[in-house]
Write a protein that binds this ligand. Structure first.
Ligand code: FUB
Length: 460
């Protein structure tokens, strides 16, 4: 006979299963991830995002996070290696807003925006040898300051020349020197910023940078500049708030820009939308954010992703939002170490807020779960699952399920000591074979259980 608590947990699991079965968007569910800036590097996509605090009721943003994937659905959290503390001159604990990173000649440059200690909008640059860092302030001062100097996007042209574009209440750009941390000849307004032909017509409104009304265009903020087949593309949130996603194109990096219209509607449950597109393994993806996670909203936003195809003439089609998100473009090998913080979706758990290489799934409670997609068990030779935990607050267990969270698990591991590695036998009847989704379900008492570090399948 089930007691009341067990029944509630089972009901909760059933509800969460419905949520899990449908949604790959938002793409990351264990932490809020606004202003996504994806970057393709070899066989990986890195995702650089800002971070809305769980209890934010206005912009409350202190640090920036990194994730990576090889299959577009299972994302590995790589930590929170940069925060306002990285910039000693910056206002601390606030205004860690939109950013984008790029690799150039073996170094990684992360262009971010924050406020100076006296409240000016500032562009900043951090530099590192790899996306996990350690990152440090590249110049020890802002790269540039000015009203509306937010949302930098970095673009490296085919000839290797880097450019930075940015701005809200204005749209500016400048050629960077090869050092990536200084402008070659200053910066200026993007040609056509106030021209409806370039960035769409919008009635005149107050421009705080000049202190009076002027003709404004649809361009709002958050530019994302790329080049494809000789054509320059600027994708950007448009139309004032609530923002939709629009784009313009130009034959040269200096314009003239032509307004091409709407590519995404106003985001679900968020008055901002911000993101950018990449091509990975032959697929085109548009990243953006919405407020669609449980407890999400305009100040608790999450990365979402849609696949799209360019039209034959190079234009970008209108891209509808989906709950399903994108399909996997690779498989996950469970016989290799799988970091616990690699997941396609999750319920209840959180991620640590640290820099460095070691990360954990935290805030684990009874009934929480992690889902991984396209896990390839091959011929079904795995005979056990091994897992390692970090801190232990209370004893508990993990159970592994195939494809759905009901029925019987194929392996179970109990934990009672901090930092232990333990194995659970895979029973013959339930042996996983071929490619499946995997759920890891946490079980225990009412209190927080333990931090999960990593797991893998073993063959004896
Ligand atoms: O996330 C803070 C700000 O909201 C960004 O800098 C803007 O682009 C908007 O998304």
């Amino acid at each position: 006979m089930l007691n009341r608590f067990s029944r509630l947990v089972l009901m909760g699991i059933a509800l969460m299963t419905v949520f899990a079965a449908k949604a790959q968007n938002p793409a990351i569910s264990a932490i809020y991830t606004p202003d996504p800036a994806p970057y393709v590097h070899g066989d990986k996509v890195y995702l650089f995002v800002d971070h809305d605090e769980d209890d934010a009721v206005y912009f409350k943003m202190k640090d920036w996070l990194v994730f990576s994937t090889e299959d577009m659905v299972n994302w590995t959290y790589l930590g929170a290696p940069v925060s306002t503390e990285t910039f000693a001159w910056a206002k601390q604990g606030d205004r860690a807003w939109a950013a984008q990173a790029v690799e150039h000649k073996g170094k990684w440059y992360w262009y971010l925006c924050c406020n100076t200690a006296d409240g000016k909008d500032a562009l900043c640059v951090a530099v590192a040898d790899n996306p996990q860092g350690p990152w440090k302030d590249a110049i020890g001062k802002p790269l540039a300051t000015g009203f509306g100097f937010i949302d930098p996007t970095v673009f490296i042209d085919d000839d290797g020349t880097p450019y930075l574009f940015w701005g809200n209440k204005g749209f500016w750009y400048g050629k960077l020197n090869d050092d990536m941390i200084s402008f070659a000849d200053g910066y200026k307004e993007v040609p056509g910023y106030t021209d409806p032909k370039s960035f769409g017509a919008l009635q005149s409104k107050m421009d705080w940078s000049i202190g009076r009304n002027r003709e404004m265009t649809q361009y709002e903020e958050g530019p994302w500049v790329t080049k494809q087949n000789g054509m320059y593309y600027a994708v950007y949130p448009a139309g004032g708030v609530p923002e939709y996603m629009a784009y313009s194109t130009a034959p040269t990096v200096n314009g003239p820009w032509t307004f091409r219209g709407r590519i995404m509607n106003e985001a679900e449950n968020s008055f901002t939308i911000h993101g950018g597109n990449i091509t990975f393994k032959g697929h085109n993806y548009m990243f953006y954010h919405n407020g669609a996670l449980p407890n999400g909203g305009g100040f608790r936003r999450s990365t979402a992703i849609e696949e799209f195809k360019f039209n034959n003439d190079g234009t970008i089609p209108f891209i509808p939002f989906t709950k399903e998100g994108v399909k996997p473009v690779g498989k996950l090998d469970p016989t290799k170490r799988v970091e616990a913080e690699t997941m396609a979706s999750s319920w209840g758990v959180k991620l640590d807020r640290k820099g460095g290489k070691d990360h954990y799934v935290t805030s684990v409670h009874n009934g929480d779960w992690i889902k991984l997609r396209n896990v390839d068990f091959g011929e079904g030779n795995a005979t056990a699952v091994s897992a390692t935990i970090g801190q232990l607050k209370n004893a508990g267990s993990i159970e592994f399920f195939i494809d759905k969270l009901d029925g019987s698990s194929f392996a179970k591991i109990d934990f009672g000591k901090a930092n232990e590695t333990k194995e659970g036998r895979i029973t013959g009847r339930d042996k996983p074979k071929g490619t499946h989704d995997v759920y890891i379900l946490f079980r225990g008492g009412d209190e927080e259980l333990f931090d999960l570090d990593w797991w893998n399948c073993l063959q004896y």
